[in-house]
Design a protein around this ligand. Structure first.
Ligand SMILES: [Zn+2]
Length: 503
């Protein structure tokens, strides 16, 4: 089967894989501040408007929208807010003053019960978005997409136990990553303000597919006839990827207590181009209408990479910025393995992706040979060094461990160990721990490897590590040519299988 990955694929993929930057974690106040309620009304006549009412008790004089995103617009998210008004419980008007960006000052003493009302005009597609409109808000013929950032004005910082109720046309339904308060009613409880801001919502005539494992729900939202027609295959792929990750790790995502979540929403809509973005634990994907198999593959790749971060990134996370190579690169390795596992890649296309995407980006990156991949701040500027370099470090270490232990152990054991140790805690791992765990796994001291390739700036000789297994690999002219050895002993063919995720 012939397979190629043109520039468009790489550009889109690189853009999106870099969007998974960790958001600052917030520690929530222990005290409950009850009574924060949003009601959102969308009508079919004016479906590009969302009328919002927010009732709350004043905590401070600042009303604000998310501080993340919409940086290209002077008024930021407030550019889409119209008819902003506030009244007391008794209906007495309160003065609101415009401040810079998406912020306002409300003239009301602390503790005043306020009903704030405003309308969001869904005009986001009139602007250009560096990360794509999929991280903002957009309308399709079959419904509307909002991020929490685009929709909610907030008061105070660390609120918990919020509620939202939607009023939508009768023939519509709504998908959110929140818990429904009562079956059949579009009311939801939202654990924290971060869950509100980081949410993604779709309202319309879409289809939903929920995949549940233990206490964890993956909510697939599919919009547009082309996408809905592939509902079964999307569902099968996603289920296969999810089961692979759960089996690998030994459980569902187990985040830190202050970032607890039991649902992730993945919203896939047909659109004019292919795009993807992750916010919090949620993923937004646009697939080009009438697009080829490639567009679909980009979508699946984005999904599989971002989804893996619910374990490698959310269930266990580094304490410092010096392990981005591990977070992103090892996620890339398991993304490839998961796509192979579900049959989306075969041996040939897996190896071609390794060269056409990852090796080429590594080879072209002028940070390689000059910067250390522990410099996590450089991950956007030096995708090749950190995302590809991290993947190559993963492959090298997997080959070292498998060879040294006659395939008894592998990188999978490290991933499982980190999940067991840090899942459900607010502790994280360090660079030193990764180094010593890898040394322990193979029984071979990895300090020279780390000194040269991780903390040091030397280029990883990927061919040497692939040749430890049953591959013939050679690096030349900016490419790595990899083929399977014709004759290899049982041990090395088992190690070869390990690269693909067959254990
Ligand atoms: Zn990532």
């Amino acid at each position: 089967m012939k397979y190629s990955l043109p520039g468009r694929f790489m550009k889109i993929l690189i853009l999106f894989l870099t969007l998974g930057a960790a958001l600052p974690s917030t520690i929530y106040g222990k005290q409950e501040k009850p009574g924060m309620h949003y009601s959102i009304e969308i009508t079919s006549d004016e479906y590009k408007k969302a009328r919002v009412e927010f009732s709350f008790s004043v905590q401070d004089s600042l009303l604000h929208m998310s501080s993340i995103g919409a940086n290209q617009i002077p008024k930021r998210w407030a550019a889409f807010v119209h008819d902003l008004k506030a009244v007391t419980e008794d209906g007495n008007p309160l003065k609101i003053e415009d401040l810079e960006g998406a912020q306002w000052k409300i003239h009301a003493p602390k503790g005043t019960q306020v009903i704030l009302s405003y309308t969001i005009h869904l005009d986001h597609e009139n602007y250009s978005w560096s990360g794509g409109v999929d991280g903002a808000a957009y309308a399709r013929e079959w419904g509307v997409f909002y991020t929490g950032r685009s929709l909610f004005i907030m008061n105070g910082e660390k609120n918990i136990n919020l509620e939202a109720t939607f009023k939508i046309p009768e023939t519509w339904k709504i998908s959110t990553p929140w818990d429904q308060i009562e079956k059949g009613v579009n009311s939801y409880s939202i654990a924290t303000q971060a869950h509100l801001e980081d949410s993604m919502i779709f309202a319309g005539k879409h289809e939903e597919k929920i995949i549940k494992r233990d206490q964890f729900e993956l909510i697939f939202v599919l919009g547009g006839s082309e996408i809905i027609a592939q509902k079964e295959s999307f569902g099968q792929l996603a289920t296969g990827i999810m089961d692979y990750y759960i089996e690998l790790m030994g459980g569902i995502p187990n985040p830190a207590p202050d970032n607890a979540f039991n649902k992730s929403i993945v919203i896939i809509n047909s659109y004019s181009g292919t795009d993807g973005e992750v916010i919090g634990n949620n993923i937004s994907i646009l697939l080009e209408a009438g697009g080829d198999q490639l567009s679909q593959m980009v979508g699946m790749f984005i999904f599989a990479h971002e989804f893996f971060h619910l374990w490698n990134g959310k269930s266990f996370a580094p304490v410092n910025n010096d392990c981005e190579w591990f977070k992103e690169g090892f996620s890339n390795y398991y993304t490839l393995k998961s796509l192979f596992h579900v049959g989306y890649l075969n041996r040939e296309s897996y190896l071609q992706t390794l060269n056409n995407l990852f090796y080429k980006k590594y080879d072209e990156d002028d940070g390689v040979g000059r910067l250390s991949m522990t410099d996590g701040d450089q991950k956007h500027e030096h995708w090749g060094l950190i995302y590809s370099g991290g993947l190559f470090a993963a492959i090298a270490q997997d080959m070292i461990i498998r060879t040294a232990t006659k395939n008894e152990k592998s990188l999978d054991d490290l991933m499982r160990g980190l999940y067991q140790k840090y899942g459900g805690t607010d502790q994280g791992y360090s660079l030193e721990e990764i180094q010593s765990s890898l040394s322990q796994m193979s029984g071979l001291d990895q300090s020279a490897f780390f000194e040269s390739y991780i903390q040091g700036v030397q280029r990883i000789p990927l061919e040497d590590y692939l040749n430890m297994a049953g591959f013939n690999a050679s690096e030349e002219n900016g490419n790595i040519n990899i083929s399977l050895k014709k004759e290899s002993d049982l041990n090395s063919s088992e190690i070869t299988n390990g690269l693909f995720g067959i254990n």
